[in-house]
Design a protein around this ligand. Structure first.
Ligand SMILES: [Zn+2]
Length: 529
């Protein structure tokens, strides 16, 4: 079979920027554009020049991108000429490689929102595409509300698409703007469109309001569309856009697509996908979705013992693709439901060699079960599990002792008479025969304790310089007066490596202290201190 090329068009920087709580700076946009380019994306929609200063600046930058950087904006306004429309002028003046126009394709919108005639809408598409072409740009047209428009008035919706194609647009993109279309509808409508416009001029832009943006994109490809628009991690207004982080591995790894289509993303680039997805969350200060398909922490995690023993024999028994292909990894969760297989597999992954019938494996498993009954959660705290295992096998040096700590919380008036709450921690640490006392103020007691603990560890200090706490989660277990607190702390080092530790106690400071200690000790073990 002849292989065909599918093109990926990323709109994280434009449609993705519509996400509630997402605000990209110019530097964020430049960094994300670089990431997308490194991934092998064909088109990067940078934004809406003229609409806001950051987007205008973005296109003014010198850049070295392999991808086609595209500016987004509206077709000329009804009743105006192309030379007398300031929005269109800003778009044409932007230093972009491509221009993606958005135009109405639903007659109802033309009438009600635009208050113009169908003929004028078509003329606006024609004039705008022509103007951008004459400036030497690669031109695309987003047909807004195409699927709803097609249901209401197929002739008009098709006329909008066809006008752009006939005027020389490289892509005519069918948009499911309100995200309500279903895969079988998309497949049917796209099949009609490609009778008039060749499929390798047709794109799909799906929103996720029925959680089928990925499915709709794939349905469009099945029907003949050859460009897919989407965003990283499915960012976008309301429920988001089609998630390229799910679409890309599907195209690369599922034979129905991989045997027919090439995309710009190589196997090597695919391996960076998990990392890239997490870096974006990091930039946005969001916790990564653990259950994200392909790239989530839990995407290849197996908890039940019976599944785990099968996975160890033959991973394909429970995995739909190999986790390494997208830079993820298999996780056999260690928990009270786990069997020896999970524990053995986890020890092997960590690099602790034990015999299969080693008695200590049973002891470790018993210890895990007992501690989980107390509230520890090792499946979420891989670093604490590793320390537990290494301690049981006698392989964790006692680097330092915390002889005592003192944490105080004080509310008082500050110099300008405003009431403030200040936390102070003092920690007394013994390293060999040296006593080190550190104090730190923090924006809360745990923060103060964390800062004081990491302030001076004597000869070990250099190993923990790059350590930082990136997430702190507290859960109250059992409820009532008997309640115990579980604290999970996620840490990161200078290499971007992350690990999670756990602490449990009736006292939240004590639980936090345990998790902080585990985090520091884990880092020292990892650094070979
Ligand atoms: Zn959109």
């Amino acid at each position: 079979m002849m292989r065909e090329r599918l093109y990926l068009y990323d709109t994280t920087l434009r449609d993705g920027a519509q996400t509630n709580g997402v605000d990209f700076t110019l530097n964020d946009k430049l960094a994300i554009a670089k990431m997308l380019d490194d991934l092998g994306i064909d088109y990067i929609e940078g934004g809406y020049p003229g609409a806001n200063p950051i987007d205008t600046d973005l296109f003014a930058q010198d850049r070295q991108l392999g991808a086609t950087l595209t500016a987004f904006g509206m077709t000329r306004r009804p009743g105006r000429s192309t030379s007398n429309d300031s929005g269109l002028a800003a778009l044409l003046e932007a230093k972009s490689d491509g221009i993606c126009f958005v135009a109405k394709s639903w007659d109802y919108h033309v009438r009600v929102a635009l208050e113009t005639s169908p003929e004028e809408n078509l003329a606006s598409i024609r004039d705008s595409v022509r103007a951008a072409k004459s400036r030497g740009r690669e031109v695309m047209l987003d047909c807004e509300h195409f699927f709803d428009g097609y249901k209401a008035n197929p002739q008009f919706a098709l006329a909008c698409a066809k006008t752009a194609y006939e005027e020389g647009a490289r892509w005519v993109v069918l948009c499911d703007t309100n995200g309500g279309a279903l895969p079988h509808e998309v497949e049917k409508v796209v099949a009609e469109v490609v009778k008039l416009i060749p499929g390798d001029y047709v794109g799909i832009h799906a929103h996720n309001d029925t959680e089928q943006a990925v499915a709709n994109s794939l349905a469009a490809v099945r029907a003949g569309a050859r460009q897919i628009q989407g965003t990283l991690n499915g960012l976008g207004e309301r429920c988001g856009n089609a998630n390229l982080v799910s679409i890309i591995p599907t195209l690369k790894l599922k034979s129905e697509f991989s045997e027919r289509f090439d995309i710009g993303v190589s196997e090597m680039q695919l391996k960076k996908l998990k990392h890239l997805s997490h870096i974006l969350d990091e930039m946005l200060n969001r916790a990564p979705n653990r259950h994200a398909p392909y790239v989530g922490e839990s995407a290849f995690a197996t908890k039940a013992g019976i599944h785990a023993s099968a996975i160890m024999k033959e991973p394909a028994t429970y995995e739909h693709v190999a986790p390494e292909t997208i830079g993820n990894r298999r996780k056999l969760l260690v928990s009270d439901q786990a069997g020896r297989s999970n524990v053995l597999a986890e020890l092997e992954r960590i690099g602790i060699g034990v015999q299969k019938d080693d008695e200590r494996v049973n002891r470790l498993l018993d210890e895990v079960k007992q501690r989980e009954a107390m509230g520890y959660a090792y499946e979420a705290a891989d670093a604490s599990f590793e320390l537990l295992a290494r301690r049981l096998l006698g392989r964790v040096p006692s680097y330092f002792d915390v002889e005592k700590f003192d944490v105080s919380v004080e509310q008082r008036e500050n110099a300008v008479g405003r009431r403030v709450t200040v936390s102070l921690a003092v920690v007394k640490v013994k390293v060999d025969d040296e006593i080190l006392i550190s104090a730190a103020e923090g924006n809360g007691p745990v923060n103060a304790l964390d800062l004081a603990l990491r302030k001076d560890l004597g000869k070990y200090q250099r190993y923990i310089e790059g350590l930082k706490l990136v997430d702190y989660r507290v859960r109250i277990l059992n409820g009532g007066t008997e309640a115990v607190t579980r604290v999970l702390i996620e840490s990161e080092d200078e290499m971007g490596e992350r690990w999670t530790t756990v602490g449990v106690s009736p006292n939240i400071i004590d639980a936090s202290f345990q998790a902080l200690m585990d985090s520091i000790v884990f880092k020292l073990v990892r650094s070979g201190a």
